[in-house]
Design a protein around this ligand. Structure first.
Ligand code: HEC
Ligand code: HEC
Length: 277
């Protein structure tokens, strides 16, 4: 039974991964992908998000793809949607204390979340990714926001890692592997092929909120708040790739309290109001 179930999961995942560019891709305003050269660029951008390592092996150090975290083609609410993102950049970001363009933000996910390296702004792959993100932003006014954007993070900063290890084995290991190293149906949660310590997902509040809403993938929403916190505490306590230069993050000293490393400028008072990641 269990084996048949896993086979089914594997087949479904294989279908997802092997399927040609989705002809049903729609912008938030309902419009289809346009024909012609622009449409081809949008479809290539979507394909890169869906198969990032295979598309750009020299830029991806992990076994993750962009859509490992930005679920549902980057369109799913409460699952880090990219809908409207083209309308929200350039933007001041406290982690770098600079104004970042959309390309800078994309590269942060390449370097931190995929444990990889940045693309040149004029790389054709960057142009295609931006074309897809602009497409999923059609109809969102400049500076506008969409429902389910970001994550509703809580305030808890500590969970029970022993209880979390148990939740992991019972609820997560069948897809993410008993050692968290991933499997054919799900990406790694820790270890050398996972996201880096500098990724937003390495922070307990981000991980808790993402897991609470979206995992287990086939029964999302079934964990209790405590189970989500404990398993996030366990996952974020495991070893993962370093992010070189992380101590220079939040140079104005406004690092949120759940950043799992020291910064040269220090952390803000945990009682202070949280920043977005
Ligand atoms: C390990 C999980 C993970 C992976 C993999 C990942 N991201 Fe992200 N990404 C995040 C998190 C967490 C945020 C922060 C969301 C927020 O600010 O609310 C984010 C934010 C973003 C944003 C800004 C969103 C906004 O609303 O401001 C963009 C753009 C983005 N990612 C693009 C990408 C691209 C492109 C890739 C693949 C190259 C990628 N991400 C891979 C976790 C991930
Ligand atoms: C039914 C299989 C399945 C189960 C069970 C499951 N996941 Fe996932 N998980 C996935 C898949 C698949 C993805 C990536 C989504 C994609 O590629 O479409 C994912 C993505 C993730 C991610 C973001 C990407 C990464 O690799 O870091 C986290 C974090 C995560 N899962 C945590 C958990 C936790 C914690 C549990 C247990 C409470 C869990 N998952 C249970 C299938 C599963």
């Amino acid at each position: 039974m269990a084996v048949r179930y896993l086979l089914l999961v594997a087949m479904l995942a294989a279908c997802n991964r092997a399927s040609p560019p989705d002809t049903a891709l729609r912008a938030p305003d309902g419009s289809p992908v346009p024909n012609g050269i622009l449409g081809q660029s949008i479809r290539r951008g979507h394909a890169i998000l869906a198969a990032t390592h295979d598309s750009l092996p020299q830029h991806v150090g992990s076994a993750l793809r962009c859509l490992s975290c930005h679920l549902g083609d980057g369109r799913q609410r409460d699952a880090l949607p990219l809908t409207g993102v083209y309308a929200r950049f350039p933007q001041y970001r406290s982690r770098s204390a600079t104004v970042q363009r959309l390309e800078d933000r994309i590269n942060e996910c390449f370097q931190r979340s995929l444990s990889g390296t940045a693309l040149a702004f004029d790389d054709p792959a960057m142009r295609d990714i931006v074309a897809y993100l602009a497409f999923v932003s059609l109809g969102v006014p400049v500076g506008g926001h969409v429902a389910g954007e970001g994550l509703q993070v809580g305030t808890a900063l500590h969970g029970d890692t022993i209880a979390g290890a148990h939740v992991f084995q019972v609820r997560c290991a069948r897809c993410h592997g008993v050692d968290g190293g991933g499997s054919t149906v799900a990406p790694p949660l820790w270890g050398p092929r996972s996201f880096s310590i500098g990724a937003g997902m390495a922070r307990i509040r981000t991980a808790t909120a993402f897991i609470r809403r979206n995992m287990p993938r086939d029964s999302a929403g079934t964990l209790t708040d405590a189970e989500a916190l404990d398993v996030a505490a366990y996952v974020t306590s495991r070893p993962r790739p370093d992010f070189v230069g992380k101590e220079h993050d939040w140079p104005r000293g406004d690092a949120p309290p759940d950043v799992p490393y020291s910064t040269l400028a220090g952390k803000r008072d945990p009682a202070g109001s949280p920043n977005r990641p």
